[in-house]
Design a protein around this ligand. Sequence first.
Ligand code: AMP
Ligand code: MN
Ligand code: MN
Ligand code: MN
Length: 285
Amino acid sequence: MSLHYDLHSHSRASDGTLTATELVQRACAVGVDVLALTDHDSVDGLAEARAAAARTPLRLIAGVEVSVTWNAQTVHIVGLNVDPDNAAFRAGLDGLQTFRDWRAEEIGRRLDKAGIADAYAGARRFASGRIVSRTHFAHFLVEQGRAHSVREVFKKFLVNNKPGYVPGEWATLEDALAWIHAAGGEAVVAHPARYSLTATKLRRLLGEFKDCGGAAIEVVSGSHSTDDMLRMAGVARALGLRASRGSDYHGPENPWVELGRIPPLPEDCIPVWQSWDVPAMAVNQ
Ligand code: AMP
Ligand code: MN
Ligand code: MN
Ligand code: MN
């Protein structure tokens, strides 16, 4: 019997809205067999997720989604089967968290200048974990009636050339992969069709990713269209990369992305999990 994999999801440790326990329960309820928790720049939700999964048949994969700057673009690299206690990996994530803290305060200062007071404190209120994300600012600005939806807030305030946008440098591609590999994990390019990169630039990114030992790209993603999926299946095949599948679930407020509700990998893809000994690796204790 083939297992149902969802290898990209978020909890309240970053910008998801469910606790790790609720996320695991929902994964079971919707029929996911193997779930990766991949919070942004944090592994803080993994202990709770693992404890919750131990009470269910779900196999939990310890993951992360690392923020990277490549060629002045933000790119997300998912790490799967990482050891959350590895020192080099943790030091890398700590650096990103420090940058996030500064950036959050700077977003607050810039929004203040644009006439929106107390946004930093407001965003903090929506952040239940260590990570402050633009998503938390978006929740605050929706609450304040500055926009109708999170999407609209991003468009009006939080993207390049808008008042709350703060440019900055995340990890380098090389460092992100080195941290993931130090932690014994495999690296996957998240939602590759979502970046504003030409086909040539995307291939350059994926070429460098492969040179750094990268394993796979998300062919199936909650933010890919069918066309994106087929295109990325072709890219994976052409570059000899394996394929991953993840919803990028953030919580029930986002009704267009449900945990586990993603198409199967196209037949000609080599799944990232092909070489995994799933029952052996996902020891739920
Ligand atoms: P950050 O890592 O703090 O810069 O925030 C990035 C997160 O914001 C992503 O992981 C998404 O969850 C969310 N996000 C980015 N762009 C958008 C958008 N246009 N609409 C809604 N959410 C977005
Ligand atoms: Mn997010
Ligand atoms: Mn992402
Ligand atoms: Mn994500």
